[in-house]
Design a protein around this ligand. Structure first.
Ligand code: ATP
Length: 594
């Protein structure tokens, strides 16, 4: 995900970044115009100040031409222009910051909304940490772009150009001497960045190490404490933290001892040159005012130059980050979310099988099929079990039934309709899933069953009863409103699984898919699950993948997958009759192990 964007040339990335910036700021473009206008006005007013000062000195103070009303007017104009400039800058900053933050907010919503609609194949190659970084840090880079490009670079450029024009107007030869400053500042800042870059990079890497270590320790706290590793982890964290502190210090030292003194020295040299060149001329009264204006301008010229030069590396990083966000937004969404598709027919054929599979082959990579020509009919209301050794393709089949990956058009039909033709809303409400990992939110039992669908308490309780989860939920101190902790840490593995079943049933699915829902639970809870499934028989079509064969013993039909092919199919009793058959062997092996 990262490489494809970083490999792109900078101009292409900059174009992408600007495009995204424009889209994000579109609703606020009026603010953007005003902010830019105020910025130009403020910078212009700041350039005028020293010219007014020069007029005051040259026309009144030195010739002792004390025209008080005019002097007061000049002084007043100097003060008022400075005051208005500060006020405009403040207004401009408020507008621009507001606009930048709203753009970040907008962009974050787009990116996360888009991520939620990406196909599962995308998540096979995505790295969670990077994806989180796209949604949080990289979107924040948009703000940096606004503040750095518009505020700092534009502001500094206007002040710089305005000041140079004013200087040229006062004395073009002296302006040329000041202009010689530009390469010197660029060289100093370049050397500074070269010297401080390793410390900056190190500090950044160490900061991400600090985050990584905290996340790792909290995630594995039980293992960490069981191995009495608190002190070791604490010491390791301390060392990383210390290294980070030193890297930051090195960065600050480079700034304090290299950049600032070098620029101050440059300033002094420049002042000396300007004063010397005035000294060599026959100074007349008129030139004192020019000298005053020049000294004021020199102080104003150095800072914008530093700012512009310093912004470039930050700007480059912000452009790369924004281009990465843009690339993520460019990822094609899952086809079922394509709103441009024709609406599907509302109902399926009444007596068609719940699931019909014809010649279904599938591979994650071209030419490497993991499923080979599957054919299967699952009648409505039937209970089907799918078994097979590890890697035989059970979860892949389930993923295709769930539309996580696209299958050949027409290979799978649900209630008589091709899978791809069913609208997403209806499909997700018709098909319920109980995954191997129940995935509980850090929320209450009610919220975990509801999953934002806005179900009534009655519907939630009915589902919990059907999943045999009601009794233990009701026994919690606040019943359905009891917070279950992160990932449901307050519950046992079996209880989590029952909540996941309740969640699936609460949507009143016509088809229920179970992906090894009993593999981590004890035999007593497994029996509870079996009872729950038996009660659903006839009403809901059940397709259950199970490593534990006792879970699907009662199934109407058990399908045995072997290297992506159906090798056997039948009831438990029928399959046990097949001497040397795969199911018989698997079953006997499990009996022996038990
Ligand atoms: N997301 C994926 N990307 C690429 N290959 C995959 C992916 N998921 C599974 N596979 C491959 O597909 C084959 C079938 O895997 P699948 O997970 O469907 O098997 P399974 O029968 O469910 O196994 P298990 O019982 O261990 O869960 C395996 O060879 C596996 O390596």
């Amino acid at each position: 995900m990262q490489s494809d964007t970083t490999a792109k040339a900078m101009p292409a990335q900059a174009a992408q970044a600007i495009g995204l910036l424009r889209r994000a700021a579109q609703p606020d473009r009026r603010h953007l115009l005003w902010a830019t206008l105020w910025l130009i006005l403020a910078a212009g007013l700041e350039v005028i100040g020293p010219i007014l000062g020069k007029a005051l000195i040259d026309e009144h103070l030195l010739p002792r031409h004390l025209d008080f009303p005019r002097m007061a007017m000049l002084l007043g104009a100097m003060l008022v222009s400075g005051w208005i400039a500060s006020w405009l800058r403040y207004l401009q900053l408020v507008r621009l910051s507001g606009l930048a933050m709203r753009s970040v907010q907008r962009l974050r919503e787009w990116v996360f909304g888009h991520v939620l609609r990406l196909p599962m194949a995308f998540f096979d190659r995505a790295i969670t940490g990077q994806l989180i970084s796209r949604v949080t840090n990289d979107t924040e880079a948009v703000k940096t772009l606004y503040i750095q490009v518009l505020f700092v670079i534009l502001d500094s450029s206007i002040v710089l150009v305005g000041t140079m024009i004013a200087m040229a107007w006062l004395d073009w030869r002296l302006m040329l001497i000041v202009l010689a400053l530009v390469p010197a500042v660029v060289v100093i800042v370049f050397v500074y960045q070269r010297l401080s870059a390793p410390a900056v990079t190190r500090a950044r890497a160490l900061r991400s190490d600090i985050n990584g270590q905290i996340a790792e320790s909290i995630g594995g706290m039980s293992v960490l404490q069981a191995n009495n590793a608190q002190e070791r982890f604490g010491a390791r964290f301390g060392a990383t933290n210390e290294a980070h502190y030193k890297a930051r210090l090195a960065e600050l030292r480079a700034n304090a001892f290299l950049l600032r003194p070098a620029l101050d020295l440059l300033n002094v040299i420049l002042l000396a040159v300007v004063i010397y060149s005035f000294g060599r001329r026959e100074m007349n009264a008129l030139e004192v005012g020019v000298l005053y204006a020049f000294i004021s301008y020199i102080a104003r010229v150095v800072e914008p130059m530093i700012q512009i030069t310093m912004q470039f590396s930050g700007l480059q990083q912000a452009v790369v980050a924004t281009a990465r966000v843009s690339a993520l937004l460019g990822e094609a969404g899952a086809p079922e979310h394509d709103s441009g598709r024709a609406p599907p027919p509302a109902v399926g054929a009444p007596d068609a099988p719940a699931v019909r599979i014809r010649d279904l082959s599938f591979g994650y990579a071209p030419g490497q099929d993991v499923l080979h020509g599957l054919n299967l009919d699952v009648p409505q209301g039937a209970f089907f079990g799918i078994v097979g050794h590890t890697g035989s393709g059970k979860s892949t089949l389930l993923s295709l039934l769930l539309r996580y990956y696209p299958s050949r058009p027409g290979a799978i039909e649900v209630h008589g309709q091709p899978l791809a033709a069913i609208g997403n809303e209806r499909f997700r409400s018709e098909v319920g899933l109980v995954p191997q990992d129940p995935f509980l939110l850090a929320a209450s039992a009610r919220e975990n069953i509801d999953m934002g669908r806005g179900l009534s308490q009655q519907a939630i309780e009915t589902a919990a009863r059907a999943a045999h989860a009601h009794d233990f939920i009701a026994a919690l101190e606040d019943g359905y409103d009891t917070p279950l902790g992160e990932s449901g840490s307050r519950l046992s593995t079996g209880q989590k699984q029952l909540i996941a079943i309740a969640r699936a049933l609460a949507g009143q699915p016509r088809i229920l898919l179970l992906d090894e829902a009993t593999s981590h639970i004890d035999s007593a809870t497994e029996q509870v699950v079996q009872e729950a499934l038996n009660e659903l028989r006839g009403r809901v079509t059940i397709i259950a993948i199970a490593h534990r064969l006792s879970t699907i013993r009662e199934a109407d039909r058990i399908v045995v997958l072997n290297h992506g092919r159906i090798s056997e199919a039948g009831s438990h009793d029928e399959l046990m009759q097949v001497d040397g058959g795969l199911y018989q062997r698997l079953y006997l092996l499990q009996q022996l192990a038990a």
